[in-house]
Design a protein around this ligand. Sequence first.
Ligand code: NI
Length: 491
Amino acid sequence: MPNPRFRIRVALLATTLALGGCSSVASTPAQPASSSGSSAPSPTETAAPSGTSGLPEGGIAVPGLGSEQQTNNDPNLPISISVPLVPAQPALNEAVAAFARAQEADFRAAYAPRAEAPPELNVSWRLVQATGSLAVVRVAVREFAGASGQTTLRVFYGDGSASWPAGDLIEPAAVPAFVAAVRRGAAASGVATFDASDPSADTAVVNDLVISADGSITVALGQGVLAPYAAGTFSVVVPPADAATMLSARGRAVLDTVRQGRPYAASGADQVPATTASVAAPTPAVPAPAPGAVDCSAAKCVALTFDDGPAGHTSRLLDTLESTGTPATFFVLGQQVRTHPGLITRMVRLGMTVANHTWDHRDMRRLSLAEARDEVQQTEAALRALGVPPSGLLRPPYGALNADTRTLGMALVLWDVDTLDWQNRNAQTTTDKALAQVRSGSIILMHDIHPSSVDAVPGLIRALRERGYTLVTVPQLLGATTAGAVYSRRG
Ligand code: NI
């Protein structure tokens, strides 16, 4: 049974619905109340997160930046969680991971799977500052229930050995004055805030603070913080003169570091190289079969497909595919491409098909058409930047699509063999499920974010070949595809 907290949460979500739902909420209605040193050279993002989109605008990268992706594949309870692996920031990484775990536990306790308007949880992140030993990560939590949803924002700081929440930047005694300054900024931007009658609501005001080199503080406000849900997420800049009187000792130390504007210099930044190592590794290419070399109208063809990566175990999977000369198709997330570019270029070298699984694994049924386009196009752009040829293929997360999804200019590729690998997490079960359902023309769904799935692949390839199957990519299997059409197998 949901505890009282969740009843409150649902009540708030219902309020959003009454105000018109969330996917159409106008994004970022408030402009910063003051201009803030835009010429500052430090690698700092001060733009507010916008609307309900999880796209990468403004995020920054540092060498060795990694991420961890967890998803289920349940269209009746879609959950996608991405957390950062910032080099040399174990405390920061753990703080974000613990926050994400708590969000997931709350969500699972509050909601059950449902076919009609299923509840969705999506956690994504951006690195917004990295200078000296300081790294700052913004986490966006998008939660949907019924027809409505909310976006919660949280910023985490790390200095290598420790992590702290954004609220620690403000002297505790100064929080009321800080909140008052934020209210003034909102009012100056035309955002109507709630009455200042509920002090407990004010604690969320300090959840997302980023200090600029000029001493101003950009405050991003999640939906329902200080202003009605319909205001969406918005940001306010507290000017340097006000901010200076409110910073804690920790806040002043952060400001000093930001002002120094040094390159990110975490001591371990040069030792994370799951990705950079694979960029550099001279891997002999397995030549992709020439078009027409496999005739799937005659041969018993099967396509192995891997979703939600690339990730930590993908390298081992590529080793297997390479050593067995097996082509496969990867439906990748843009937010994972961002942190694993070397794995993408290796896929291309090996003749794999690299196709689109959206940026951050949102349920496309929850998105506006503009948001859906962004999800696809940002991912396409990230792939083009790495030299991936356009596949024209999109696999919508959870296999969930609507009429808008068909208008995105992509062929929609589902599957007819579901290994349920995300659920069973067992190599033998995954293999057994694949072999029990496979037939000529099948598309097999797996996820390379799970080590058990990667473990299953050598045996599965062997067993499929013993049964006379030819393993091919999805383009080889399907031949020419049509934008907007949905494919779950050949024929
Ligand atoms: Ni997926």
